[in-house]
Design a protein around this ligand. Structure first.
Ligand SMILES: O=C(O)/C=C/c1cccc(O)c1O
Ligand SMILES: [Fe+2]
Length: 324
């Protein structure tokens, strides 16, 4: 069993952070010349950082896109003690390698800290989890993980400060362990892909958002083809999705690097949407990851890559950080 956090002295050097944007369109659409090479180089740098750190376990903080979490029961946060990938967008389907003891321990620690996190013995996850595990580790079961779902898509959302406090609670608990723990945040910065919303949905779409957990192969393919085509039109300027906002993205990355994470508490949910699009709330995963590291003391950002990539509908960032 995992020991309690106060049973050992906190060891801040046992924590590190990597945050990556995800976009399932990476494997579907070709961005402007040079972009893919720069993104691949940034992933290689992140992989080298992770290799040097050599984590014992990876706490993956990621959203869902109505694949695993639907409105029949939509928690703000959930920790999986078991998890399997639904296999969307061609990513591997099947079980993740969940460190069950650690998942239970972190859930208990978060609850003890006053964060009402749900627990799932059968969590279903999508590309938000599987893409970074694949690109950084080579597969969805390549490393022991604790999957932590952070709702970033399905309104209503709690204040951003709750994601920070969740991260801080997980970081405090993890820093007391005799393990090297990587907090991996998965989510884009500014972006507004055509993910449906319950408000104003047709009855058919609403039903899918409430209980469409197991779409047919054809339904899944139809959705993926539609989103891929939308991204191409967005990049060509013929589909008026909300524009990416590099200025907002850089301001957010600056706050993450500064360590002054409480500053983000004053960024209202509405301002995220109006300035950076609905899915910009996915940065809650990065905020939680940095808050986890901050719980163990001052930190330094060791990599900060950013490009706005319309073909992937993503303000796309890759960052790494370690204790100062
Ligand atoms: O769920 C989908 O079909 C599309 C998701 C998507 C597209 C672009 C950027 C993202 O962060 C996404 O999750
Ligand atoms: Fe996403």
């Amino acid at each position: 069993m995992t020991s309690t956090p106060d049973a050992r002295k906190a060891n801040p050097m046992s924590l590190a952070v990597c945050t990556v944007s995800h976009s399932p369109l990476m494997a579907r659409n070709e961005p402007a010349p040079g972009v893919r090479d720069r993104v691949e180089a940034a992933f290689a740098e992140a992989r080298a950082f992770i290799g040097d750190f050599a984590p014992d376990v990876v706490v993956v903080l990621a959203p869902d896109h109505y694949n695993g979490f639907l409105y029949d029961m939509m928690p703000p946060f959930c920790i999986g003690t078991e998890a399997r990938s639904v296999g969307d967008y061609g990513y591997e389907e099947g079980p993740l390698r969940v460190d069950r003891d650690l998942a239970q321990f972190l859930a208990s620690a978060a609850l003890a800290a006053g964060i009402d996190v749900a627990v799932s013995e059968r969590m279903h996850v999508d590309h938000g989890f599987t893409q970074p595990l694949t690109l950084l580790f080579g597969g969805i079961a390549a490393v022991p993980t604790v999957p932590v779902f952070i709702n970033s898509v399905a309104e209503p959302l709690g204040p951003v400060s709750r994601a920070r406090l969740l991260g801080a609670a997980l970081g405090r608990a993890a820093a007391g362990l005799d393990k090297r723990v990587l907090f991996l945040g998965s989510g884009g910065l500014s972006h507004d892909p055509p993910v449906p919303a319950l408000a104003g949905a047709t009855p058919e779409v609403a039903e899918r958002l409430i209980s469409g957990r197991n779409p047919t192969r054809e339904q899944r393919a139809e959705r993926e083809t539609r989103v891929t085509a939308a991204a191409r039109e967005f990049a060509a300027g013929t589909l008026p999705l909300q524009p990416l906002n590099p200025e907002w993205d850089r301001a957010l990355l600056d706050v993450l690097a500064s360590g002054e994470l409480e500053e983000l508490d004053s960024w209202s949910n509405e301002s995220f949407v109006t300035q950076a699009g609905h899915s910009s709330h996915e940065v809650r995963t990065s905020i939680a990851a940095y808050a986890a590291l901050a719980a163990a003391g001052p930190y330094v950002v060791t990599q900060s890559f950013y490009e706005p990539i319309p073909e992937w509908i993503a303000g796309f960032a890759i960052t790494t950080a370690r204790p100062a």
